[in-house]
Design a protein around this ligand. Structure first.
Ligand SMILES: NC(=O)c1ccc[n+]([C@@H]2O[C@H](COP(=O)([O-])OP(=O)(O)OC[C@H]3O[C@@H](n4cnc5c(N)ncnc54)[C@H](O)[C@@H]3O)[C@@H](O)[C@H]2O)c1
Length: 462
């Protein structure tokens, strides 16, 4: 499958979530032998039986292609002992004060500390997003373990930048790989681990084409604390970029300017770039919210203000409130009105509902006395299961959703929601209001179908 592989490692990935499964699947595809470990027995049983546990395009195919080198287990003690590289990919959720809950990381590290490594040298690569300084803490924790005297084990910071919905492609064709370590032998092992990706010397898997004109990815070699901060700085910067265009969108609404054209106009400037300039409801998901909160919590520990990151978070909160305000403006009172949400997951092509704007919007609408309906290509079962108390009526398709609604809100820009059967929807609705929370619809087309189009900084064309 791969050619010119300098070194094939025994890998143990701890944590079978979005990051762990994609990392494990791709590394096995590239020729390494991988054991993925998780505490969740049901998850492991499903994985052992080839049943997908997350919705991630291309992942099932990669796992199938790599199945001879890819195992799943709830135990893992022996696999950790024998691994050249242990990759920690467990969750790092937020604490109530915005800090990071490192319980899962600590549990994983304590388990590793208690194991006699069988390799002379072993790398523990932390791929979970962890606050600056965690690497040093992790090293101290591991040193408390019993080890044969000759054995050497080092902690490396190896933050992950994949995006849910395109995670397999992001792993195989990354912009960069960041490795934080001061040990030259650990660095060499990490270079060997990622060699096929760094040289792009592997056969392209079906369905995950290499992007056109893809340059070889850079490897950023730095101290662990720098690597840890790179991850937070990257997510904070992207959050700022989105919140910035949302701030401009608010002004466009006042002035009658079109934020979509503003985005094109500024994005053509190479210093700015066209990506992440899509105005709308704002970001959600497992990363931006918790990572900006964590960055601010770290700064607070040093008495440092970070007004730009703080502002990005505040603007993002405002965007969610703005959906409600726009609905109030159109429908006046929301009590007794029915609002249909197009999309539940925090972005398209994933089933992840963590910090999804749709959930916050639905909750607020219900508090204001509205009835909420929702439809999503993959998010409904997870929403029913994880948020059983949320008073949402689920629809199987967009026509079902629109029936009896006073307004529709496009929350998640799934491909199928970009091509709505507008005249058919208009026919079954009580009132025809369409809030385009992602600015992906054509205002003229929506208006031609009899709707009142409400965008984010893009209304002037209707
Ligand atoms: N999801 C993303 O898009 C993304 C992108 C980049 C970085 N990250 C970071 O990567 C980390 C993982 O994120 P995720 O979305 O994959 O999380 P997740 O919640 O989907 O998965 C974590 C998994 O770890 C398992 N786990 C917890 N403690 C364990 C232990 N001690 N031993 C074995 N398994 C254990 C859990 O059962 C769960 O299946 C987080 O720090 C996150 O911030 C996530």
């Amino acid at each position: 499958m791969t050619g010119g592989m300098p070194r094939c490692y025994q890998i143990c990935v701890i944590g079978c979530g979005y990051v762990g499964l994609v990392t494990g699947g791709c590394l096995a595809y590239l020729g390494h032998r991988v054991v993925c470990v998780d505490l969740d027995r049901d998850r492991i049983t499903a994985l052992q039986n080839g049943v997908p546990v997350i919705h991630e395009p291309g992942l099932a195919e990669i796992q199938r292609l790599a199945e001879k080198r890819l195992l799943y287990t709830t135990g893992g003690t022996e696999d950790m002992a024998q691994a050249d590289i242990i990759i920690v990919a467990v969750g790092t959720p937020s604490l109530p004060d915005g800090g990071v809950d490192l319980t899962q990381v600590e549990d994983a590290l304590r388990k590793i500390a208690g194991i006699h490594q069988q390799r002379e040298r072993q790398v523990v690569a932390i791929k979970s997003t962890v606050p600056a300084g965690t690497g040093e803490w992790a090293s101290a924790l591991l040193q408390s373990g019993r080890q044969p005297t000759a054995a050497r084990r080092t902690v490396v910071s190896n933050p992950e930048f994949l995006r849910e919905g395109s995670a397999v492609g992001d792993m195989l064709y990354p912009d960069r790989i960041v490795v934080g370590t001061v040990d030259s032998w650990a660095l060499e092992m990490m270079e060997n681990l990622y060699q096929p990706i760094l040289t792009q010397n592997f056969s392209v898997p079906p369905g995950i084409p290499r992007p056109h004109d893809f340059p070889l990815p850079a490897m950023v070699r730095c101290k662990p604390v720098t690597a840890e901060l790179i991850k937070y700085a990257a997510n904070a910067f992207l959050s700022v970029k989105v919140s910035f265009i949302n701030e401009i969108a608010g002004l466009c609404d006042k002035l009658g300017a079109d934020v979509r054209q503003v985005a094109v106009g500024i994005g053509l400037d190479r210093r700015i770039g066209p990506l992440f300039l899509q105005a709308g409801i704002g970001w959600g998901g497992n990363c931006f919210g918790k990572d900006t909160a964590a960055l601010l919590a770290t700064a607070r520990e040093y008495g440092l203000e970070m007004p730009i990151t703080k502002g990005a978070v505040e603007v993002n909160r405002r965007q969610r409130r703005m959906v409600i305000e726009k609905l109030q403006q159109e429908l006046k009172t929301l009590r007794g009105k029915t609002v249909g949400l197009l999309g539940l997951t925090f972005k398209p092509n994933t089933d992840d509902l963590r910090d999804a704007p749709a959930l916050a919007i639905a909750g607020q609408l219900v508090r204001l006395g509205a009835f909420v309906k929702a439809c999503d290509p993959v998010g409904v079962p997870g929403c029913r299961q994880q948020y059983p108390d949320l008073a949402i009526t689920y629809a199987d398709n967009v026509l079902d959703l629109a029936k009896g609604c006073d307004a529709l809100v496009l929350v998640t820009e799934w491909e199928e929601f970009r091509h709505l059967p507008l005249p058919a929807l208009a026919e079954v609705m009580r009132q025809r209001v369409l809030v385009d929370g992602r600015n992906v619809l054509d205002p003229l087309e929506v208006a031609a179908a009899g709707f009142r189009y409400v965008g984010f900084g893009s209304n002037q064309q209707s």
